[in-house]
Ligand binder design. Sequence first.
Ligand SMILES: NC(=O)c1ccc[n+]([C@@H]2O[C@H](COP(=O)([O-])OP(=O)(O)OC[C@H]3O[C@@H](n4cnc5c(N)ncnc54)[C@H](OP(=O)(O)O)[C@@H]3O)[C@@H](O)[C@H]2O)c1
Length: 240
Amino acid sequence: MSKSVAIITGASQGIGRATAVRLSRDFSALVLVARNRANLEQTAEAVKAGGAEALIIDADMARPEAAQTVVDQAMAAFGRIDALLNIAGAVPQIDLFEMTDTQWEAGLALKLHGARRLTIAAWPALKASKGSVVLMSGNSALFPKAPYAAVGTINAAIVALAKAFSDRGIADGVQVNSVLPGPVMTGRRRSYLQHWAPLHEMTVEEATSRFPKEAGIARYGEPEEIAELMAFLVSPARAG
Ligand SMILES: NC(=O)c1ccc[n+]([C@@H]2O[C@H](COP(=O)([O-])OP(=O)(O)OC[C@H]3O[C@@H](n4cnc5c(N)ncnc54)[C@H](OP(=O)(O)O)[C@@H]3O)[C@@H](O)[C@H]2O)c1
């Protein structure tokens, strides 16, 4: 396998961790980014077991200086970047009419600006490798209505951002995609159900089994299913 390097944000748990584990089969090195170092170390163990090197960077990607730090450390360690997967996200799942300016700013600072800054910082390396970028959105981008109106609005901005990057990517040889999953069973989904259950006068167990019907889905997605899609989109075999 020729050397190939991917950066994954949100790699400490959920969809980001599942993506790191899946990509360890296809890439020679992974850069694992999130804030919780202990959780990142667990991901790194699984990545090494999958056959790839792992570099842990514990960084708050909402901070403006974090993007360049991540790219500098990745380049210092491996000398190239072939794929960037912007998965970190923590937009509060709060009603549009209740969300405060501070909560909006925190949600945008990580999910929109964190991904935007990191993509721009990594772009020269991605241009050199003819690499690929994924920006994580969500299917609430398509119909941003309650109870996901605020999250959906930010997810819609991610889709627009990905489209804007992809236009530049045509000239620069960088492939850009956004991914819009429906409800996936992760820590984020579980905390949402804990919030949703009392609003509907249910236990969390009842809410967990009733929510798919309310949301119009047959079942929850699993992080590994999204990881498989990610692997397809950024596969080194598809490069060039
Ligand atoms: N689960 C779903 O149903 C669903 C559906 C559609 C889209 N999505 C999107 O998919 C992405 C992952 O969701 P998930 O369900 O896997 O959520 P999760 O389990 O809560 O994971 C979120 C990840 O983001 C990281 N993160 C949060 N704040 C950060 C910060 N300031 N700087 C760096 N990393 C940060 C977390 O790590 P640390 O806490 O260690 O920093 C964690 O690794 C999110 O963007 C989410 O909006 C999820």
